[in-house]
Design a protein around this ligand. Structure first.
Ligand code: GRF
Length: 201
């Protein structure tokens, strides 16, 4: 990527609720010039999330929205939207955002929200996907990046990668899945932008 190409990169907001390792992987990919989008802000719904400290270490602004400060989901999401508008955000990446995105944000960013999920979707939608797959003694695990729509973990798949694990150590498996996520998410964002950005947006 040349410096000229990096000037008009789509502007990205990352939503995180917890650890933030995928958020960090996205920002590091950008800093290493491997990402065709510019991470601008982290949106966090949990004031205790380790993602907040990661943002500080990465020199990226983080804005915290606590759901308990709002009367309903619509006003919560409207406040987030105002923030996204102020940063001229083009696309959103959910990275461990532990909330269902509601209509207010979905309608403002149709087809422009991505999510990462630690399973080979459509298998193991929802929470604790790695644990449930492990308990089922699968031979194949994996990671999926998909477009977010009104369905739970059901939108169009952008990238999916398999992981074969035949061991019996859950922590080892979990760490392998997370490492795969950190590689796959930046790749998936680039693929999404190549396929959709020029034509659709
Ligand atoms: C990841 O496993 C991601 O797939 C899921 O939530 C987890 C977030 O991890 N949606 P982190 O906060 O990015 O470390």
């Amino acid at each position: 990527m040349t410096s000229r190409q990096r000037v008009n990169l789509p502007r990205l907001a990352v939503f995180a609720s917890g650890n933030g390792s995928n958020f960090e992987a996205i920002v590091r990919a950008y800093k290493n010039k491997h990402l065709y989008a510019n991470p601008i802000v982290c949106i966090c719904d949990n004031e205790k999330a380790p993602a907040i400290e990661r943002a500080a270490n990465l020199d990226l602004p983080v804005t915290i929205f606590r759901p308990k400060d709002f009367s309903d989901k619509c006003s919560f999401e409207s406040a987030i939207l105002q923030c996204l508008d102020s940063y001229n955000i083009d696309i959103i990446c959910l990275a461990g955002y532990m909330r269902i995105v509601g209509r207010t944000i979905l309608e403002a960013y149709p087809g422009r929200i991505l999510n990462i999920h630690p399973s080979l979707l459509p298998l193991y939608k929802g929470k604790n996907a790695i644990r449930r797959a492990f308990d089922d003694k699968r031979a194949e695990y994996g990671v999926t990046v998909h477009v977010v729509d009104v369905t739970l973990d059901g939108g169009e798949i952008i990238c999916q990668e398999k992981l074969v694990y035949e061991g019996s150590n859950y922590e080892e498996l979990e760490s392998k899945v997370h490492n795969l996520e950190h590689k796959l998410y930046p790749k998936a964002i680039n693929k999404f932008l190549e396929e959709k950005w020029a034509n659709q947006f």
